[in-house]
Write a protein that binds this ligand. Sequence first.
Ligand code: BTN
Length: 250
Amino acid sequence: MEQELICYEELDSTNAELKRLAEKGIATDGTVVLAAVQTAGRGRRGRVWHSPDNGSLYMSVHVRPDFDIEKASMLTLLMAYGVSDVLKRQGVDVQIKWPNDLVVSGKKVCGILTELHELEDVGHYLIIGVGVNLSKEKLPKELQEVATSIDAETEIHSERTVLAKMIAARFRELYQQFQTEQSLAFIKDKYNEILVNKNRQVRVLDPAGEYCGLAYGIEDDGRLLVEKDDGEMVHVFAGEVSVRGIYGYV
Ligand code: BTN
């Protein structure tokens, strides 16, 4: 996967721009878009991603999988793992909240939004967007309970362009291995080592019905293994589901 980094001062959303570039035939496998500020940053489930011009990181990576698109959801976990690796290398004590939030001191510092698209001549492609809160600047009041930033929690100061290049490079390495194996088995143990939900009670927010159970960790395909309070083992697929701790975000 060739990597080209395209930097902007301001965008509506790096995910949206990368889609436009793909439609114009400019973005190919490995193209990375980075912006200093987003005016319409998108989060999962239609939420807004707070994206001020404060040195935080907003980037998106274009991926054209040549394998069964059903397996594409695993790439979101792969990216979360890749970002955690890079942050750990910087000295940050980071954990993963399944499936793809990164957490420092129990609060979210990074979110990942993967969007699937299709082009007539190219077929399916993915845009994996990564937002990392890097700045000490105060988050909006409604986020302060659940979110924080690397700068607020550590003495580590990362420059967003440097970090973006490291993330893109690490993701490329992991993606190459994933293409061969088409499974998350090769990162599973390490992912589970830093999984904040591991061996903890979780509340599974399934649109079909909420339930509680004990989370054991991910399986080779990224599903979370949860033992329900009635003893039933459930393999939770990320899709529409998210998990919470019993007493709060983690
Ligand atoms: C989440 O809700 O946790 C996912 C947040 C993803 C935010 C990133 S910032 C860069 C990219 N562009 C967007 O509009 N969203 C993603």
